[in-house]
Design a protein around this ligand. Structure first.
Ligand SMILES: Cc1cc2nc3c(=O)[nH]c(=O)nc-3n(C[C@H](O)[C@H](O)[C@H](O)COP(=O)(O)OP(=O)(O)OC[C@H]3O[C@@H](n4cnc5c(N)ncnc54)[C@H](O)[C@@H]3O)c2cc1C
Length: 416
């Protein structure tokens, strides 16, 4: 039995089926996908309806890519070589591409600073991530001769979305791991992988179909209130009082909820938020399909209309993502729309806003601060027939879709 229908739970269910088990998956919400959702449709939304936040994977996310294949959704992901256009405060664009030559052409830092970045990257390639969880990635970068302005104008462009925290707040272990795995990895490791279908179509609809096709019983709206394990008949007890008997259990939940069900202390990982603002303007503002804005709360902008193959009849449909910015959670209602739309129009040119929608995810990921590695637990629990999963568990990856898929497979294999 699997408790939790996020990516960790879905991948655990598929792995348990591979091992020959009959599987039931219990998910509290009316949809699968967990943190990866399409927002419930509202009148006036442009097609496709907005997601809870733009999700991006990388070429090195082998487990997530194979999961997409397994659920028949490989074509719903578009893979392209790393090319990240970055706009500075004056609206000038320069792109970060894959490889050292592309780096040397990145004009938002001086040539000397680019050489500094190259040297720091080489040094990072020799570091062992596990030895650096006690300090921030920013501290490591500075020790390697990186100026704070280079952290802001180069490193944080991709560290912040990858770790959902800026370099100065994130564990160096995960910063080093990400640079080594994605930027210094084999050819194609840094490719950008973007969903071209709504997240719900992939991670709810297609996942549910794939699970059903393999005989998994998926119960939505089934909130597990208690795990009665160690009794004569082990069972998950729903909040309705219904008991669902099982032999093996994978608990694929966020850390605090998982700990509650397992009767363990909360591992005490902090949350890190993501705020997404969906905007339709009356004209095209963004030339490339995606871009970063330096020194702005509008950190990353995606042309959702173009990426999903649905450019609106009029203007442009954009999704703006702000990662690890808790202060944005307090900017309420229209103010956050005005703030983000203003950031875009001041850099990219004037335009009239036709439609907007905001998605706030205060618990988007755990905050991978220095010292968090010790709080990330493995699959083993106090009970031999119960395993733990979730993107937050000790996979070595930041809190990503990749981590979730790996954790589900590891938990199921642990029970084998
Ligand atoms: C806005 C946003 C943007 C993101 N961007 C990216 C990105 O670009 N790239 C990337 O790789 N990752 C990204 N992430 C992170 C990624 O989505 C998550 O790390 C991953 O999906 C977590 O999966 P999970 O299965 O571990 O947990 P969850 O998705 O949290 O799944 C847990 C499930 O358990 C269910 N549940 C909870 N309690 C119970 C209960 N008592 N009984 C039954 N079910 C229960 C929940 O409803 C949920 O469905 C983003 C996350 C958000 C929110």
């Amino acid at each position: 039995m699997v408790v939790g229908g996020g990516l960790a739970g879905a991948s655990a269910a598929l792995e348990l089926v591979r091992q020959g088990h009959t599987v039931t998956l219990l998910e509290a919400r009316p949809t699968l996908g967990g943190a990866v959702q399409t927002l419930p449709e509202r009148e006036g939304d442009p097609p496709p309806p907005p997601d809870n936040g733009q999700h991006v994977a990388l070429g090195c996310c082998a487990a997530y890519l194979s999961f997409a294949e397994e659920i028949g959704q490989a074509a719903a992901l578009q893979r392209r070589p790393l090319w990240m256009p970055v706009y500075d405060e004056d609206g000038r664009m320069s792109a970060i591409g894959a490889g050292p030559l592309a780096l040397l052409r990145y004009r938002h830092i001086t040539f000397r600073e680019r050489v500094q970045v190259a040297r720091a990257s080489l040094a990072i390639g020799k570091l062992d991530p596990a030895a650096h969880d006690g300090e921030s990635f920013g501290a490591v970068l500075r020790r390697l001769g990186t100026a704070p302005r280079v952290i802001d104008r180069f490193w944080d462009v991709f560290v912040r979305p990858a770790l959902n925290l800026p370099s100065d707040e994130a564990s160096a272990a995960l910063g080093i791991f990400t640079v080594k795995t994605a930027l210094l990895g084999p050819r194609g490791a840094s490719d950008l992988v973007l969903p071209v279908q709504p997240l719900g179509a992939i991670h709810h609809t297609a996942t549910q179909q794939a699970l059903a096709a393999r005989g998994v019983t998926v119960r939505l709206g089934a909130r597990v209130a208690e795990l009665a394990v160690g009794d004569a008949a082990d069972a998950a007890v729903l909040d309705t009082g219904e008991r669902i008997a099982g032999e093996l259990f994978v608990v694929a939940l966020p850390p605090a909820e998982g700990a509650r069900l397992l009767g363990e202390p909360d591992p005490g990982l902090e949350d890190s938020p993501i705020v997404s603002v969906h905007l339709q303007f009356d004209r095209e503002l963004l030339g490339p399909p995606l871009a970063a804005l330096i020194g702005s709360p509008a950190q990353w902008v995606f042309d959702r209309g173009r990426i999903t193959g649905h450019p609106p009849a009029r203007g442009q449909y954009l999704t703006v993502v702000a990662s690890g910015v808790p202060e944005l959670l307090d900017v309420r209602g229209r103010n956050v729309v005005d703030l983000i739309a203003g950031e875009l129009t001041s850099r990219l040119g004037p335009a009239e806003l036709l439609w907007s929608r905001v998605s706030r995810e205060p618990r988007a990921t755990f905050a991978c601060r220095p010292g968090s590695a010790a709080r990330r637990l493995g699959p083993a629990t106090a009970r031999p027939n119960v395993a733990r999963a979730g993107a937050w568990t000790a996979t070595g990856w930041p809190a990503t879709m990749e981590s979730a898929i790996i954790s589900g497979r590891v938990a199921a294999s642990y029970l084998a």
